[in-house]
Write a protein that binds this ligand. Structure first.
Ligand code: GUN
Ligand code: ZN
Length: 428
C-alpha cells in the first residue's frame, strides 16, 4: 500500500455551463490518496494512513486525474508546427509523406515509445490514438502502452485511396489486419480496438462498408475518424459521396455512427447532423489548437451539446501535447464566439467527461476508490509571473482558471499510471 498527500481536485458530475461556483468541483485539499497493490485507488481520506504505508507528502500541489486525450496521432510529432497550409494541403505536403516512414517497423516502434513517453510527460495517461495504415504501427501502440500500463484505444488506420504509395491498404487486406489486431489486443489489459477510418475521402465506399460490418459484428469496438473539419474537405466529401445528405451521413450510412464513435472536429456540422450525432450516442473530440493552427474554424460547443464533447490535442495538426494548453485554446475558441468556458467544464471534459463519453468511467477520469490510480501532481506555478497571479486569486475557480490558462507541461511534477510513477520531473 502507498499513500500520496496533495490537494485533490476532480469532477464527479458534469458542471453547469458558465457556472463558476466552487460547488461544481470536488475539492479535497491536503487529502491522502491510498493506492492498493493492483494499481487502483483504495481510499481517499483526510487522516493519516496507518503505520507501514509508504508515504509521499505533496501538500500544496494539485492532484488531478490523468488527462484523457481523445484524438491524437502517434506518428505526427515530426510534422507539428509545419508552416503555411490548411488541412488538405497539410496532409499532402507534410503528413502523408512523413507517415510513410512508419512502414519500417523499427521507426514505428521507436516513434511510438517516444510518443507515449511524451504523453506521460504532458500529464496524459489515457488516449484515443491514430497510428498509421501499417498493421505494425498498431501493434507497436498496444505493446508499448501495455509496457507503460496506459489505457489506450486505437487501431490500424484504414485508407485505400487518395493517399500516396506506401500509405494505402485494400479492403480485404485491411479487414484481415483488423481482425487479427482485434483478436490479439481488444480488451487485453488496458487496450481497446477502434475501427479507424482516417476520413471519408481516403476510404472507398467498399472499405467504409467493411469497417461498418466490423462495428456491427462487435458492439464493444470503438470507431474513430475525422468529420467536418475544414470547408474544402466538406466540399470534397460532398463530391465523392453525392448520395449522402452530409459528411456525417456518409459515416451513418456505413454503420459507423454509434455510441462508441469518436469523431474529431465536427466544426461544420449542421443542426440535423448534431441531432443525429446526439441520438446515436457518438461524441465529438474537440481539437482547439489544431483548429486554430490549420485555420479550420471555430467549434460551436453550445450548439453541439447535449451531444458529448471531449477534448483532444490532434497533434500534429495540434500544436501541443499538453491538455492544459489545449484547454487554454478551447477557452479562446469559445470567447471568439461570445461564450465562456469555465475551468470546471474544461477540466471535467478532459477527465470524467471523456471517461463517460468512452464508457470508461468505472476505470478512469476521477479520484474514487476502485478506479485505476492514474493521476498527476501539478505545481500551481513555476516562476514569479504565474506565482504572483496565483497569490492574487480570490476564489478556487479563479485560482484554477488562472492555472489552466498559464500552465503547461513545465508545471507537471509527476505522472502516475496504475499506481506506478511513470514520469517524474528532473528539476524541483
Ligand atoms: N483528416 C484526415 N487525416 C487527418 C489528420 O491526420 N489530421 C487532421 N487534423 N485531420 C485529418
Ligand atoms: Zn486528427
Amino acid at each position: 500500500m502507498k499513500a500520496i498527500k496533495a490537494d485533490l481536485l476532480d469532477f464527479p458530475k458534469q458542471p453547469q455551463w458558465g457556472e463558476t461556483a466552487d460547488s461544481e468541483a470536488r475539492w479535497r485539499p491536503a487529502h491522502w490518496l491510498l493506492l492498493d497493490d493492483k494499481g487502483r485507488i483504495a481510499a481517499i481520506q483526510q487522516h493519516d494512513p496507518p503505520e507501514g504505508v509508504t508515504r509521499e507528502d505533496h501538500t500544496g500541489r494539485l492532484l488531478l486525474p490523468g488527462f484523457i486525450d481523445t484524438h491524437v496521432h502517434s506518428p505526427q510529432l515530426p510534422v507539428m508546427a509545419s508552416y503555411g497550409t490548411e488541412l488538405l494541403d497539410w496532409l499532402n505536403t507534410y503528413t502523408f509523406p512523413s507517415e510513410t516512414a512508419w512502414q519500417d517497423e523499427a521507426v514505428a516502434q521507436h516513434g511510438t515509445a517516444l510518443f507515449l513517453d511524451a504523453l506521460l510527460a504532458h500529464g496524459t495517461t489515457a488516449a484515443v490514438v491514430f497510428p498509421t495504415v501499417h498493421k505494425t504501427s498498431a501493434e507497436a501502440l498496444f505493446a508499448e502502452a501495455t509496457r507503460r500500463g496506459m489505457r489506450v484505444i486505437g487501431g490500424k488506420v484504414l485508407m485505400d485511396r487518395h493517399a500516396p504509395d506506401g500509405l494505402r491498404d485494400d479492403v480485404r487486406g485491411a479487414e484481415r489486419d483488423c481482425r487479427d489486431l482485434i483478436e490479439r489486443w481488444h480488451g487485453q489489459g488496458r487496450n481497446a480496438y477502434a475501427v479507424t477510418v482516417r476520413f471519408a475521402p481516403t476510404s472507398t465506399p467498399e472499405q467504409l462498408a467493411m469497417a461498418g460490418a466490423l462495428c456491427k459484428a462487435d458492439p464493444t469496438l470503438y470507431m474513430q475518424t475525422h468529420v467536418a473539419e475544414n470547408r474544402d474537405e466538406v466540399r470534397w466529401v460532398a463530391e465523392l459521396f453525392p448520395a449522402a445528405r452530409s459528411y456525417l451521413d456518409v459515416y451513418a450510412r456505413a454503420g459507423l455512427l454509434h455510441e462508441r464513435s469518436v469523431l474529431a472536429h465536427g466544426i461544420w456540422l449542421d443542426a440535423e447532423d448534431r441531432a443525429r450525432l446526439y441520438a446515436s450516442g457518438a461524441h465529438v473530440a474537440h481539437c482547439p489548437t489544431s483548429n486554430l493552427f490549420l485555420g479550420s474554424g471555430l467549434f460551436d460547443w453550445r450548439a453541439t451539446s447535449p451531444a458529448a464533447v471531449s477534448m483532444a490535442t490532434d497533434v500534429g495538426g495540434g500544436t501541443s501535447l499538453s491538455m492544459v494548453r489545449t484547454l487554454a485554446a478551447a477557452y479562446t475558441v469559445q470567447a471568439l464566439q461570445g461564450q465562456r468556458l469555465t475551468a470546471w467544464s474544461a477540466l471535467h471534459t478532459t477527465t470524467r467527461g471523456a471517461a463517460e463519453a468512452l464508457h470508461l468511467q468505472h476505470e478512469i477520469g476521477a479520484l474514487e476508490p476502485g478506479l485505476m490510480a492514474d493521476f498527476c501532481l501539478w505545481d500551481w506555478s513555476v516562476g514569479p509571473v504565474d506565482a504572483q497571479r496565483q497569490r492574487r486569486a480570490q476564489s478556487l475557480h479563479e485560482k484554477v482558471f488562472a492555472w489552466m490558462t498559464l500552465a503547461d507541461e513545465r508545471h507537471l511534477a509527476a505522472t502516475w499510471v496504475a499506481g506506478t510513477p511513470r514520469y517524474t520531473r528532473r528539476t524541483a
